[in-house]
Design a protein around this ligand. Structure first.
Ligand SMILES: Cc1ncc(COP(=O)(O)O)c(C=O)c1O
Length: 357
């Protein structure tokens, strides 16, 4: 070792808090090292960014335009900014990450009006879209221009290709475009056993935020424009939004490692399988219920709040809903690409102990 840096954590530690608590997949780290050394043109005119454009086109079609950015919030905000004029608005589920967890970035930095719709399971349908897609031509109403959905959703549910196509067809009939927050699109495609383009290009999605961080990258997401008519000025907006990486080669090469072969699929399958294993291990424990379908890599559970607090001291995770009542709390447990069967079994055993305590 030649570095003065010191390891300050236990590399064997595991949590169920978020898939972005996980580290970097070794194949991705190897790719970053490969891209190191020498000088390369900055701001995206490097050989790695050129190569990754080809990789994305193989997955999403020859028309795909590729804009790496630093994080998922930026991918969403930059995408939506490029799709909306100043007077236009975005229809999304109330539970959408852009509405609940981005600190108001769409409003503050994007100047975007969100028109939200309550949903039972985090998913929009054509009928639910119509609750907000109205008032076209009325100067008093922000003009609905984009439908934004997430796959997997924030509630761990999935849209099938047919459900996305129905949304896209409906939106397009209304003169609207569709943005997909694909922070976990790899988990969705792996769970449904379909290619990435079945949930995007082939279903009619116009602009995609493609997630990398949660599936094994150090950092980085990509705005993928699938329909050039739906998006304007992205190269400029990315810079204006402070998302143009000067050393872009290190962001891009990670996506080549992820998508050039089957790393995305291996990682997503592992995370999804561990969530299923976890749900199966806990759903019959006395006092525990799993109220939502486990379709990707998230498990939601309702359990006694005191047991959750004791368990949290052993494995980190977050409360999802503290208003359940009756001394119960709803929690969210996330599995990552590096969650193992042994991790899940140890967690389930710890939960059983804390429920008995
Ligand atoms: C569905 C979804 N979209 C977007 C994001 C934003 O990603 P970031 O935290 O990298 O900004 C997240 C992160 O948790 C997410 O879960």
């Amino acid at each position: 070792m030649t570095t003065d840096a010191v390891r300050r954590h236990d590399p064997a530690s595991r949590t169920f808090a978020s898939d972005n608590y996980a580290g970097v997949h070794p194949e991705v780290l190897e790719a970053i090292a490969l891209a190191n050394g020498g000088h390369q043109v900055s701001y995206g005119d490097d050989v790695y960014t050129e190569a990754v454009r080809g990789v994305f086109r193989r997955h999403f079609g020859e028309q795909a335009e590729v804009f790496p950015v630093f994080n998922g919030t930026a991918a969403n905000v930059v995408s939506l900014r490029s799709m909306c004029a100043r007077w236009e608005a975005v229809v999304c589920p109330e539970s959408a990450h852009i509405n609940t967890d981005e600190g108001g970035a769409p409003e503050v930095t994007g100047g975007l009006k969100l028109l939200t719709v309550p949903t039972p399971d985090g998913k929009l349908t054509p009928d639910l879209i119509d609750r907000q897609a109205w008032g076209f031509g009325d100067v008093h109403r922000a003009q609905p221009r984009v439908v934004s959905i997430s796959n997997a959703t924030e509630l761990g549910t999935l849209y099938t290709p047919a459900e996305i196509k129905a949304i896209c067809d409906h939106a397009h009939e209304l003169g609207m475009y569709v943005h997909l927050d694909g922070s976990r699109i790899t988990n969705a495609a792996a769970a449904l056993d379909v290619p990435l383009r079945a949930l995007t290009t082939d279903a009619g999605v116009d602009v995609l935020s493609f997630g990398g961080t949660k599936i094994g990258l150090m950092l980085g997401e990509v705005v993928v424009v699938l329909n050039p008519e739906a998006s304007r000025g992205l190269p400029y907006l990315r810079k204006t939004s402070m998302q143009l990486a000067s050393k872009m080669r290190f962001v891009s090469v990670q996506f080549e490692a992820l998508l050039g072969g089957d790393l995305w699929l291996r990682n997503a399958r592992q995370a999804n399988a561990m969530a299923r294993r976890l749900a199966d291990a806990v759903r019959d424990l006395p006092g525990v219920s799993v109220p939502r379908p486990v379709e990707a890599n998230a498990v939601f559970a309702i359990l006694p709040a005191d047991a959750a607090d004791r368990l949290r001291k052993r494995f980190r995770f977050y409360n999802w809903n503290e208003q359940v009542g009756g001394g119960m709390v709803e929690v969210r447990w996330m599995c990552a690409f590096d969650t193992t069967e042994a991790d899940v079994d140890a967690f389930a055993a710890a939960l059983a102990e804390e429920l008995r305590a």
